[in-house]
Design a protein around this ligand. Structure first.
Ligand code: ADP
Ligand code: ADP
Length: 228
């Protein structure tokens, strides 16, 4: 069954003189262990879709289901809890906390969730080792390369063992070799843990390495076959 399901999701913004309908009945289902690429031009509504899927924004219509459970009737507090526990998010520009080490950055979401320090630290070490940056665990973000920072960000995003991983250009600002390596690390994590992943990207080569590619057309989500 789908880990994440969007059903007829609608989202509009009130612009100065008109209503901008960004999502007009978007449907999407992500199965466990599935990686889906979202390729669409700027302004098409990718962020709106990721924010709605990530329970940051409420849809105006339709429903978002996590593990089959509808999220529309949740209170704000319940939504925040579900977001913290069930959704991992990888930002394009890391957003690591600069004054904390790589290890601490991966520990913090677990501590916020209430895990004992020792457990959080063990899991953070395990994830950093898995991402092959164990030896860099005590470094602060400024002392790490872009690729290393992004791997820390990925480790942090999955630290609480989310059901769904959402990313906006997860390898966007990395050189091709690093980008390929970071993607392989992401892919291994997704396959191994059975989480469902939705990655917005402009990189067609990267998109082709995922299970399927979708785009946005007229506020709907449709299959996409990018030009070679
Ligand atoms: P993408 O991520 O594909 O670039 P977005 O989801 O950010 O697209 O935006 C889709 C459209 O909605 C754009 O035209 C954008 O200007 C508009 N938009 C996004 N967020 C808001 C907002 N909070 N208020 C008004 N308009 C918005
Ligand atoms: P902060 O608490 O630092 O302000 P937010 O949680 O508000 O950070 O997120 C900032 C941005 O990160 C959002 O606008 C969005 O682009 C992205 N983001 C964070 N978490 C999620 C999520 N669960 N789903 C989708 N987008 C997210």
């Amino acid at each position: 069954d789908a880990v994440l399901r969007l059903e007829a999701v609608e989202r509009a913004y009130q612009e100065v003189d008109h209503k901008l309908e960004v999502l007009r009945g978007a449907d999407l289902a992500l199965m466990p262990g599935e990686m889906v690429a979202l390729v669409a031009p700027s302004g098409a509504g990718k962020s709106t879709l990721l924010h709605t899927a990530g329970l940051l924004e409420r849809p105006d219509g339709g429903e978002v289901y996590l593990s089959g459970k509808p999220c529309g009737s949740l209170t704000d507090r319940e939504r925040t809890a579900r977001r913290r526990n069930d959704i991992g998010y990888v930002y394009q520009f890391h957003h690591l906390l600069p004054e904390f080490s790589a290890l601490e950055n991966v520990m913090i979401p677990q501590l916020i969730r209430g895990l004992p320090r020792r457990e959080a630290e063990a899991r953070a070490h395990e994830l950093l080792d898995y991402m092959r940056i164990g030896p860099r665990a005590t470094h602060r973000p400024a002392e790490l390369s872009g690729g290393e920072q992004q791997r820390v960000a990925i480790a942090r995003a999955v630290a609480n063992a989310p059901l769904v991983l959402l990313a906006d250009e997860p390898t966007g600002n990395l050189d091709p070799d690093t980008s390929s390596y970071v993607f392989e690390a992401l892919e291994a994590l997704v396959r191994q843990s059975g989480l469902a992943a939705l990655f917005a990207t402009h990189n067609h080569a990267l998109a082709r390495r995922m299970d399927r590619i979708v785009t946005m057309a007229d506020g709907h989500i449709v299959p996409y076959d990018p030009p070679a």
